[in-house]
Design a protein around this ligand. Structure first.
Ligand code: RAT
Ligand code: ZN
Length: 496
């Protein structure tokens, strides 16, 4: 038993992982590539934690108007000097700094010395950032991380620069130009698009983020289309996505769904609806159109409780996103259950009340689009059990990671054990959601520790039931849970 435990712990420690979802961008993206102590300390989890302690006169506006370094100083004082850093997000900073060899500076609470360590890399510009990034990948044992590339974000648009090119007006960062291996102009009708064939290193892979299509956010979609001189029809939106896919060659399309995302089981067209006081219990019964449509005057308080159909949503979800996924054989990764802008004044730190999500909507997507693969993770702890059940019902569904408010050791432990018990090794145990390159170090170190212990307990139980494991078999299983199952899922051919 001791043997199995130590083998599992060692195998998890030594396993290189695939980081299925991050917000990282490579050093070649200039200021969009976040790394360093000030970025670490101003991570939105820490900003939210700081505001619980902030004096009354420190408003979010006042805080955000300060420089990054000043914000970092304030958070350091509040959460690391005036209080002990025992929360998961504060402890993460310590784990990272210690792994970088800054343990003594951490112990002496010497932020100045920590900054000067980072300055040693910063002074070398791009090559310093690249060296730092390589080191973080090495320390965290990440084989590759998948980025979040947002075609609806104007800053990123400027970098990827999709433009209407009668007179080509590219505004490329100089260091990007070095990386462009092919520059191709596509012309079709009056839409022109510059395709930059970026040679990403094989440690950063791309994913096309499409939230506005699930949110039915017509304004953002139209603005993006117009800014790139596309028309605003559904066909134009499809072309926009196709062109972006040609440009960045994504692993998958991805989105966080709105908290009230709901796919109606009407048998034909899928429609996104905003729920207003709907009978939640009825909505949670998979495939129960009868129950949902049965929310009438007999079963609820009144006509107001009937979900109102928003046709714009259905257009973008079905006629744009799902159609392009089918045409390109591209999976759709969903992060389900975040409530945005709960306290808008906190900006990103104000996102995320945990919404108990409608898992039946995911089941309906899997059924309605059998050729499309879905990757899914849920924010609510309460959805995790249903998620496992769903994964065992649909060959086109893969469950991954413990996301955001579930990315805490106690919850990771619970979720991992449940997943192993219900799914064996056919899931991906974790993704980091890192926004700052340095975070790879702590997020993976913390996750490995808790997942290794959870797995060891499962292996011990199985051995007590009479099974003997070779080290090779344990290694094979661990690889599956840290990336192998994802790659198998991505490459399998689904016969619909
Ligand atoms: O975990 C986070 O950092 C959240 O802010 C979200 O961005 C989430 O990960 C997402 O991708 O929507
Ligand atoms: Zn994320």
């Amino acid at each position: 038993v001791d043997d199995i435990t130590s083998v599992v712990l060692a195998e998890v420690q030594g396993q290189q992982v695939i980081d299925l979802h991050t917000h990282l961008l490579p050093p070649s993206h200039g200021s969009l590539c976040l790394w360093g102590i000030d970025e670490l300390l101003t991570y939105h989890y820490l900003v939210a934690e700081y505001f619980m302690t902030a004096p009354g006169d420190m408003t979010p506006d006042a805080f955000y108007s300060l420089s990054k370094a000043k914000q970092a100083d304030i958070i350091w004082d509040a959460l690391f000097v005036n209080r002990s850093p025992i929360s998961e997000a504060t402890r993460g900073v310590l784990t990272t700094l210690s792994a970088l060899g800054l343990g003594d500076h951490v112990k002496s609470r010497n932020l100045v010395a920590i900054r000067s360590f980072y300055d040693g890399y910063r002074k070398d510009g791009l090559s310093g950032a690249e060296r730092f990034s390589e080191m973080a990948y090495k320390l965290s044992g990440v084989r590759y991380a998948i980025m979040t590339n947002i075609p609806f974000d104007s800053v990123r648009l400027e970098l990827f620069h999709v433009c209407h090119c009668n007179g080509v007006s590219l505004t490329l960062q100089p260091h990007w130009i070095e990386r462009i291996t092919a520059l191709e102009t596509k012309k079709e009708g009056k839409s022109h698009m510059i395709c930059l064939d970026i040679e990403y290193s094989n440690t950063f892979k791309s994913a096309l983020r499409v939230d506005p299509l699930l949110a039915g956010d017509r304004k953002t979609i139209e603005n993006a289309l117009k800014a790139s001189a596309y028309g605003t029809s559904l066909a134009d939106a499809r072309k926009y996505l196709h062109d972006w896919c040609d440009t960045i060659n994504p692993e998958y399309m991805m989105a966080s769904t709105p908290h009230d995302f709901y796919v109606q089981p009407d048998g034909g067209r899928l429609v996104g609806v905003k729920k207003t006081g709907v009978n939640e219990a009825a909505l949670h019964t998979p495939f129960a159109f009868a129950e949902v449509s049965g929310i009438d005057c007999n079963t609820c308080d009144g006509a107001d409780d009937i979900p109102s159909v928003i046709n714009e949503d259905s257009d973008f979800l079905v006629d744009v996103l799902m159609q392009v996924c089918e045409e390109r054989n591209l999976p759709l990764a969903l992060k389900i259950g975040a409530h945005r802008a709960v306290n808008p004044s906190l900006l990103q730190a104000g996102d995320g009340m945990v919404a108990f999500a409608d898992t039946a909507s995911l089941a309906r997507l899997c059924t309605r689009f059998p050729k499309v693969k879905f990757l899914a993770t849920f924010l609510s702890r309460a959805n995790q059990h249903e998620a496992c059940v769903l994964a065992s019902k649909f060959g086109n569904l893969h469950i991954y990671g413990c996301w955001w408010y579930c990315n805490n050791p106690s919850i990771i432990d619970e979720i991992t054990r449940m997943r192993v018990e219900m799914l064996g090794t056919t899931f991906t145990a974790q993704h980091s959601d890192s926004r700052v390159i340095d975070q790879l170090v702590y997020k993976w170190s913390h996750s490995r520790a808790v997942i290794a212990n959870a797995l060891a307990r499962e292996y011990v139980k199985t051995s007590r039931s009479g099974w003997n494991f070779s080290r090779q078999e344990i290694r094979r299983d661990v690889w599956r849970m840290f990336g192998g199952s994802y790659e198998e899922f991505m490459s399998k051919v689904i016969e619909a």
